[in-house]
Design a protein around this ligand. Sequence first.
Ligand code: FES
Ligand SMILES: [Fe+2]
Length: 446
Amino acid sequence: MIEQPTQGTYEILQDARQTLEEEGKLLAKVYNEPSIFELEAKKIFSKTWIFLAHESEIPWPGDYVLRRIINDSFIVTRDEDGEIHVLFNMCKHRGMQLCRSDAGNASHFRCPYHGYTFSNTGKLQGVPFEKEAYGPEGLDKDEYSMTAAPKMEIYKGLIFASLNPDVPPLEEYIGDMGWYLDFYLEKSPAGLEVIGAPQRWIMPADWKLAAENFIGDGYHTQSTHMSTIKAGIMRVKSPAYLKEGVQITASKHGCLFMGFPPGNYFNYPQSIVDSMLENLNEEQVEVLKENSIMPLNATVFPNLSFLHSSMAIEAEGQSIPYFTLRIWQPIGAGKMEIWSWCLVEQDAPEEFKKNSNRAFLTTFGASGTLEQDDAENWSGQTRVGAGEMAAQHYLNYSAGSAHVEPIPEDEWPGPGTAYPKNYVDFAQRHFWQTYFHFLLDGYNGS
Ligand code: FES
Ligand SMILES: [Fe+2]
């Protein structure tokens, strides 16, 4: 049961919102405060679309994976007809958790307590000693079938669910950000496949710090990730490699573009480059060709992030591109479970798939070099944010506001608002503005 937040929490948040709007500063306390976490569970994670799985994780009839939205467990299944279902993982007899394995293949789920059996569409099919227990008419099987998530939709292979039956359609929610997500999701008509199972680990850090970092923090790379440049993993000439680029806000979301040498396209194999240039639309190709930039990282509010990068597997070796999707799943104030998937184009050469996965594992896998760099910051911010002093400290989110203007609409082919620099805080502020909007105004689809 989620407790009602105290009036004090609302007042703190209202003040924090106002200070962000007026002065570009954020109250450090919002990084790690239990009463705010309770509010987030109720006002954000129960209200909007949350990413659960990629279609390619359950390619065959009977495949399933177990996923969560805060405390609610769901089984994402593919039934015998190939349809995908998101089923609340609770037996309606006495509430036992029906499925406890992370992934598998099953036509039915049998409850371990009294043995009710459900098909992978969620329908109750078998009740042990039904007549003895419930009389000659038996049990109403429809009434006691599993409950589907209030909403489920799939966006270009990404399976989302929502606890809110009135949430707007997923495509509408993603809105203008979809144009930018194409660079990750639509490089090949064959689509993407997940390599292996998602990696998961727990970090003593608040989910918001990772989400705001991924929406647009190009600035940290020259400091936090300096060692990867020195080690020759990040094959760039200057620590300021992300200074130039484009930061975008689109709908409730945002992303950051990084430059690459003309004709290089993050070092993707030629077959992927060819299909990318054919598959994307004219304006998207213009961004790639004319601007020589590619989206590096992105966040779809609240906690789904994308990272597209290119790094060497061996020091001083050739850069190998990879794509990882991750969710920052809150499991309490100041604590999250990270889920991280590596995806690759289904029609990519096998050798490339292997190398791309290795490049991901060594840099942004659970023990990856850059992942560890980031973990140190986010857990440090969370630790310091827990104390009383944090309630009196306002942090700087003003980069760019004094001297950077958006790129005029007629000079940028994509939707949303584009800023011609990367050491700026526009997207991060946008993240927090959206955050306050959800917490304080209540999300009703706008
Ligand atoms: S709780 Fe599932 S059959 Fe009783
Ligand atoms: Fe980072």
